[in-house]
Write a protein that binds this ligand. Structure first.
Ligand code: BES
Ligand code: ZN
Ligand code: ZN
Length: 504
């Protein structure tokens, strides 16, 4: 998809269709945008509004052919409701673009102009519009050979009348990088476990590192053994596929000594059967997406390598399968993590925290001073927050605030859960330092309390995306399946930290 932007009018654009945002209860006879659109389209806007076909509700669409019209070059018009004008932000504009592209691709339209009608920073607006357009084109039907969804759009133009041209251009390019990287993450998450093994995941990471210029190190099991990563290795014991620990690093051109090192750490369980504590069969196929945290880190690093912020960023992805076999870890076994802490494995299905424990410790060893980990960690988070908010928990309130604020910019919701020290009592073990499950109460929090044991006081926040990484239903702006949640937020966390670092 070729991406263009313009600060001129939509009227002369050489595209097949123009998509225009319409606010709730907006009228064509008010002075302003719709009035002008109405007059150049022969009164059709007023007609669809007066007939109550278009009320401007979010995701509502009206599709029109402009016959015998000399004033607009495009032949087709899509009006997209965006809800209340006062509540219209970049999140809604991004979804508006997605809704428009998905609706128009179904009409065999190949070139589209989008008029988001959002006021504000043109770079940011162009970025979110293009992000939304790219994200809307992802479909999970990779292995379908018939009736595949149409996804080829040749041209997309972002229209922002009077905006600064270079800012628009820069934003549109950033939007392309981010949108493609979110879809990269979704593609990994969507892959069946047979294709997305730890080895495959590390190969995909190598491709990204080579293509976009990141440094990469992949630890095999022998090196993990040397590092004393008994917790991570206890998860891969039951599998024929060896575990991998992927380390990606972005270093800015004029890197200064000292300063913070931000690390993203993502759970990469390429299939979670539960191990000896076997999961029930219903929906087990979905456990192919248990590596989404790792894929999110890889997608964010892929974008960061291209956006080139002024601060270094580390990405650490522990990858393993979790399968039962004669060699698998058993409930009751005690394992020793890299930090020396001993863990009683009560339930082999609480494996994510076991691999993250060593990955967090390794990120610290590599010099990380701020750690954000991300994982499809607990079913309990879906009970608490559903598929709307991602849970955020941690020890550094400022970092948590940054995550929530970056999420707002990206149109992604995060909700903080508490981490009082009382919760840590639930993971005390009779035989070892700690145990890997804390009972039925507050499952998402006790999982975080477990991870905290391996952060050694460093600034840290944990995101549980088990409820938000996969969507059971399609939205007008997005297919069902992997959502790519938090990739956009991660990129903005880095952008905000870089801006702070540069003193702006
Ligand atoms: N990968 C699962 C969590 C999960 C559940 C992700 C549903 C996505 C959808 C994780 O490894 C797990 O099995 N967690 C257990 C922990 C329990 C044994 C303490 C859970 O949530 O049931
Ligand atoms: Zn599990
Ligand atoms: Zn899991």
């Amino acid at each position: 998809m070729q991406i263009e932007s313009t600060n001129g009018s939509y009227r002369a654009l050489d595209v097949q269709a123009i998509a225009i945002a319409v606010f709730k209860d907006e009228k064509a006879d008010d002075v302003g945008f719709l009035k002008e659109l109405d007059s150049v389209t022969g009164g059709v806007i007023k007609s669809v509004i007066d007939s109550e076909e278009l009320k401007g509700k979010e995701a509502e669409t009206v599709y029109l052919h402009l016959v015998g019209n000399g004033e607009i070059k495009a032949q087709r018009l899509l009006l997209v409701g965006v809800g209340e004008r006062s509540e219209y932000t970049s999140a809604q504009a991004s979804q508006m673009a997605g809704t428009a592209v998905r609706a128009l691709r179904g009409k065999s339209v190949k070139s589209i102009a989008i008029v988001p009608r959002l006021e504000g920073n043109p770079e940011e607006i162009a970025s979110v519009v293009v992000e939304g357009a790219f994200m809307s084109l992802f479909d999970p039907d990779k292995y379908r050979t018939e009736d595949k969804e149409e996804r080829e759009i040749s041209k997309l133009v972002v229209v922002m009348d009077g905006a600064d041209e270079t800012a628009l251009k820069r934003g549109a390019e950033r939007g392309r990088i981010i949108g493609e990287s979110v879809n990269f993450t979704r593609d990994l998450a969507n892959e069946p476990g047979a294709y997305m093994t730890p080895t495959n995941m590390s190969e995909r990471a190598r491709e990204v590192a080579t293509e976009f210029g990141l440094s990469i190190d992949v630890l095999d099991e022998a090196r993990m053994e040397q590092e004393g990563m008994g917790s991570l290795l206890s998860v891969s014991h039951g599998s024929e596929e060896p575990a991998k620990l992927i380390v990606l690093k972005y270093t800015p051109a004029n890197a200064s000594e000292g300063g913070d090192l931000l690390a993203f750490v993502g759970k990469g369980i390429t299939f979670d059967s539960g191990g000896i504590s076997l999961k029930p069969g219903d929906n087990m196929e979905l456990m192919k997406y248990d590596m989404t945290g790792g894929a999110t880190v890889m997608g964010a690093m892929r974008a960061i390598a291209q956006i080139k912020p002024s601060i270094p960023v580390l990405g650490v992805v522990p990858c393993s399968e979790n399968l039962p076999s004669g060699k698998a870890t058993k409930p009751g076994d005690v394992v020793r993590a890299m930090t020396g802490k001993t863990i009683e494995v009560i339930n082999t299905d609480a494996e994510g925290r076991l691999i993250l424990a060593d990955a967090i410790a390794y990120a610290r060893k590599l010099g990380a001073t701020k750690i954000v980990d991300i994982a499809t960690l607990t079913g309990a988070v879906s009970i608490a927050l559903g598929d709307v908010n991602t849970a955020v928990i941690g020890t550094d309130q400022e970092l948590i605030g940054e995550i929530v604020a970056a999420g707002k910019e990206a149109g992604e919701k995060f909700w903080q859960l508490p981490l009082d020290k009382e919760y840590s009592k639930q993971i005390k073990s009779d035989i070892a330092d700690i145990k890997n499950v804390g009972g039925r109460k507050a499952g998402t929090i006790t999982a975080a309390a477990f991870l905290k044991e391996f952060t050694d006081g460093v600034s840290w926040a944990h995101l549980d995306i088990a409820g938000t990484a996969w969507s059971d239903e399609a939205k007008p702006y997005r297919a069902k399946g992997p959502t790519g949640v938090a990739v956009r937020t991660f990129i903005r966390i880095v952008a905000r930290a870089a801006a702070k670092h540069n003193g702006s």
